[in-house]
Design a protein. Structure first.
Length: 402
């Protein structure tokens, strides 16, 4: 069926616009009237020449899913049926990729599938956590509350992810700029000085000889250096894809002096937030642990969570195997133990998550403050050292002339 673009006014005389898939303009008009919108303009949407080329289509971002959950929750809370909610969300969706997904989900629900089953067809956008919580919400008749909880969880998870990325951006960008500046100096600047020194004659200072030798090596071996770096990156990726390599790298990351502590706090915050959200939504504890383990992002943390799952299946509490793992701090294990004994584990997990969100904030600030002086010293020693080494012969000649 063709897609129609429309513009109209609601009961408050506010201008609204969107898109509706319908058999004709009359059908679009009737649908808008049912939504209490007076249409002022309806026209068929022109065809997109690249709509079947997947890589040219926009991706569905995390903020699209968060907005979807928020709007869906509001409409369910207002008493609208699921199919009508999906129809409204489809009509006002601007992202063509997400629009196609919503159309497919709506058709699946109309065909008799549950909302969770329809969402499961798109695992990249709706992961196991999302699908299982929706299923629990449908079974318990609290879909609106579940969607609100999901949106809040995803917003906090996105904030946590952006904090870690932000902490790594400064040192990575600084390092890349330093390497590029060094490469330009060694390949283009130093050869100019080298020719000038050859014209003057005389013995060069030892630091200058070292820098000139470095320049000649980089110029003559630049292709081999680039190829070697590419092969090193490829070898690392292949090693990381193996079971043993994945285990070794993830374990080393957690044991790093500064960054490891930040990763550990992020892992605790993510585990407690996800686990608390799922338990509060009615997901079974073993199923929740399985999902949390798969989405942990670190093999050491994943193994620790699977040990917890095995322990609970054998009749143990969650706190005991968590404490034995050595990955989670003793305070977290003790608080979880208190939550289990009082029957308020989900609320306790949320409190731990809130506390560790603040801990991550502080850890990011501390790491940034610690990295800045190190990066400044690195830049000063490397680039400053090269410049001084190249000017030493000039100072030497000036002294001889005096």
């Amino acid at each position: 069926m063709p897609v129609y673009q429309w513009v109209g006014k609601n009961r408050k005389n506010e201008i609204k616009k969107g898109e509706i898939e319908a058999a004709s303009q009359d059908a679009v008009n009737a649908q808008l009237v049912r939504q209490r919108i007076t249409p002022t303009k309806i026209k068929e949407k022109p065809k997109d020449l690249f709509e079947n080329v997947a890589f040219l289509q926009p991706k569905v971002k995390e903020k699209d899913i968060i907005l979807f959950a928020r709007q869906f929750s509001t409409m369910i809370d207002a008493g609208l049926p699921i199919i009508q909610c999906l129809d409204i969300l489809f009509s006002q969706q601007a992202n063509p990729t997400f629009k196609k997904m919503l159309k497919d989900i709506k058709e699946s629900v109309e065909g008799g599938a549950t909302l969770a089953e329809a969402l499961k067809k798109f695992p990249k956008q709706f992961d196991d956590l999302f699908v299982n919580m929706i299923a629990a919400g449908e079974a318990g008749g609290i879909l609106d509350a579940i969607l609100r909880r999901l949106a809040a969880y995803m917003e906090k998870a996105a904030k946590l992810k952006s904090q870690v990325k932000g902490a790594m951006t400064y040192p990575v960008v600084t390092l890349i700029i330093a390497v590029l500046v060094l490469a330009v100096i060694l390949v283009f600047v130093i050869p100019v000085f080298q020719e000038m020194f050859a014209d003057f004659g005389g013995e060069l200072p030892t630091p200058t000889k070292i820098v000139v030798a470095m320049s000649e090596t980089v110029k003559s071996k630049i292709i081999y250096i680039v190829v070697g770096l590419v092969l090193l990156v490829v070898a690392y990726k292949k090693f990381y894809k193996t079971e043993k390599g994945h285990d070794i790298v993830d374990d080393m990351l957690l044991k790093m002096p500064v960054f490891g502590l930040l990763l550990r706090k992020v892992a605790v915050a993510k585990f407690t937030r996800t686990m608390g959200t799922m338990l509060a939504s009615g997901v079974a504890i073993l199923e929740a642990l399985d999902i949390v383990a798969k989405t942990s992002g670190n093999r050491s943390v994943e193994k620790a969570i699977y040990k917890v799952r095995s322990g609970i299946a054998e009749g143990r509490t969650m706190a005991e195997p968590l404490n034995e793992s050595g990955v989670f701090p003793p305070m977290v294990c003790q608080m979880i133990g208190v939550g289990e004994s009082t029957g308020a584990l989900d609320a306790m997990l949320e409190k731990i998550a809130d506390f560790y969100d603040e801990e991550v904030d502080q850890a990011v600030e501390n790491m940034t403050a610690l990295i800045e002086p190190f990066m400044l010293v690195f830049l000063g020693v490397t680039i400053g050292g090269l410049v001084v080494a190249m000017y030493l012969p000039i100072f030497k000649m000036a002294g001889a002339m005096n």
